[in-house]
Structure formats: structure tokens, C-alpha cells
Design a protein around this ligand. Sequence first.
Ligand SMILES: Cc1cc2nc3c(=O)[nH]c(=O)nc-3n(C[C@H](O)[C@H](O)[C@H](O)COP(=O)(O)O)c2cc1C
Length: 221
Amino acid sequence: MDQIQAIQKRHSVRKYVGREIEEELQEKLRVEINTCNERSGLHIQLVTNEPDAFGGFMAHYGKFSQVTNYVALIGKSGPDLEEKIGYYGEQIVLKAQQLGLNTCWVAMTFSKRKSKCRVEKGEKLVCVLAIGYGKTQGIPHKSKPIESLCKADGELPGWFQSGMEAAMLAPTAINQQKFLISLLENGVKAESTGGFYSRVDLGIVKYHFEIGAGITNFNWV
Ligand SMILES: Cc1cc2nc3c(=O)[nH]c(=O)nc-3n(C[C@H](O)[C@H](O)[C@H](O)COP(=O)(O)O)c2cc1C
């Protein structure tokens, strides 16, 4: 499965079957997480066989069940933390999809306090990714029309169209899709149009756009 197929197949999954993630797959996830941490300076951690973070009222209210593995998305507080978390977190999400696992981004419906991860001084736990074998593969989200998510003069070049298709499949908090991608003379601009966790959303959307458009076809401005 390539990254485009992973983008097409990925949907949020909140109910899991309680099967352990095999050691070999855990190792592959850890390698991906280490690569992300080295590139970004983030402090992302995989937590396995830990039922407490998703064991309480919030998780059940949020319709999660049998979540015992998660990826804690942590980094040093700063102005670009949220966007970086979105960008690198989605890289891990798509890797998990390629390994046959399911995921869900979670900002609210888990217990930060009970999460078993190491948050050092000056760091922040922004979100987690629930991860494991889902009961189902999830369902496609409804999307806003492409015209309301991008801006360009004239006809869209093929690579930009493909980038937008990938961006429209990106997970966003409460499926808000509050972003705007503009084709300018000197490159592509992506901005958030506000909303809850929209800086994280922006990082996720930019990662999808790069895969869809092909990173060699454009530059961000
Ligand atoms: C930053 C972020 C935070 C999210 N937080 C939660 C959450 O707290 N609880 C939850 O059930 N889903 C959460 N989601 C999942 C979104 O609801 C989901 O991605 C969106 O509805 C689109 O559906 P899809 O992921 O299946 O494409 C979050 C998604 C993102 C990107």
C-alpha cells in the first residue's frame, strides 16, 4: 500500500478488538516515530498495553472502546508546536495504515492525566493517536466542496488538483476542514481559517497535500 492508498483507506476508528500489536509491528512504528523525532525535535512516544488513558468517562462518552495502545504527541511548547504535531503525527497515522492498523486522532476524549508518557519540563502533550486493530475500517467523512477549500486563478494544474484531493481526505478536528490552500505565482500557501485545534489540522492537511501534489512539484510560501 503506497501513501496515496493509505490516505484513501484511512478513516477514524474508535472501537478496537483488543488484539495486541505484534512486536514486529511495534518495532516498525518505533522506527517511524524515531525518524519523526529526529527530523522535528518532537518527543513522540508509543504506549502499548495501557488501558487507563481511554478507560474513563470521557473515552466512553466519545464512543471509544478497547483502546489500549496510543501514540502520545509531545513536544517543546512554542509557536510552531501544533502544526509540527499535525504534520509528523499524520506521517505516523499513514504508516500505521500501511501496516494494517487503524487510528484516530484524539484531542479531547481521553485522560491526559492518566496517560503513561513522559512529558519533560517545558513540553506539552498536545494530542494522542489511538492505534490498533479496529472493529471496522471506519467510514469516509463528508467533505466541503473543493471550491471552498482552495483559491487559484484559472484552471487548476493537475498536481494542485491531486494535492487538494489528498487534503480533502485529511482528518480535521470535528471534521471542521477550516483551511484554505492558495495557488500563488511563487508557490502554494496553506492557512487555517480558525477553529478548534486548527493549527494541528493545518499540519495534517499540509502533509496530505505534499503527498497528493508531489513535493517536487511546488514549494510552500
Ligand atoms: C486535531 C484532531 C483532534 C481530534 N479529536 C478528537 C476527539 O477528541 N475525539 C474524537 O472522537 N475524535 C477526534 N478527532 C477525529 C475527528 O473527529 C475526525 O478526524 C473527523 O471527524 C474526520 O473523520 P475521519 O478521520 O474519519 O476522516 C480529532 C481529529 C483531529 C484532526
